[in-house]
Design a protein. Structure first.
Length: 116
C-alpha cells in the first residue's frame, strides 16, 4: 500500500520549535567545517564564511538540491573540495534555529549578535 505523502511525512512537521528537551546537533566530521552563507551568487552557488577563517564558493550537490532551501545568514556544514579546498566546497547540511542556538551556547559558532 502506497503511503500518502501529504499527511505526516513532511520534514517540517518534525520542527524543534517549542521543544524543551535536549537538542542533538550534527557536528562537522573530518575535513568538514561550519559556515554561514554570506551571499548567493546564482547557479546554485553561494559565498560562505567558514569558521576556519576562509571564504569559500560553495555549491549544493545535486542529491540535496531540492532538499536544502538556503538563504543568506543560514548556518551550514561545508565539506571543502580535495583540490582547491581553500576556495571551494560542497554544502552538506543546514542547521535549524534551535541547533544554531545550541552551537552558539557551546561556543562552536562565532557570529555577530545581529546576524540571526
Amino acid at each position: 500500500m502506497q503511503q500518502n505523502h501529504r499527511h505526516g511525512n513532511n520534514r517540517n512537521d518534525q520542527s524543534t520549535e517549542g521543544y524543551t528537551g535536549p537538542i542533538r546537533v550534527k557536528l562537522p566530521r573530518g575535513r568538514e567545517v561550519i559556515g554561514i552563507i554570506a551571499q548567493r551568487v546564482g547557479a546554485g552557488r553561494m559565498l560562505v564564511s567558514c569558521m576556519d577563517g576562509k571564504t569559500r564558493n560553495c555549491r549544493v550537490p545535486g542529491r540535496l538540491r531540492r532538499e536544502l532551501w538556503l538563504r543568506e545568514g543560514d548556518a551550514i556544514i561545508v565539506e571543502p573540495w580535495e583540490f582547491d579546498g581553500d576556495e571551494k566546497g560542497d554544502i552538506l547540511y543546514k542547521y535549524s534555529k534551535a541547533e544554531v542556538e545550541k552551537l552558539k551556547k557551546d561556543g562552536l559558532l562565532k557570529t555577530q549578535e545581529n546576524e540571526f
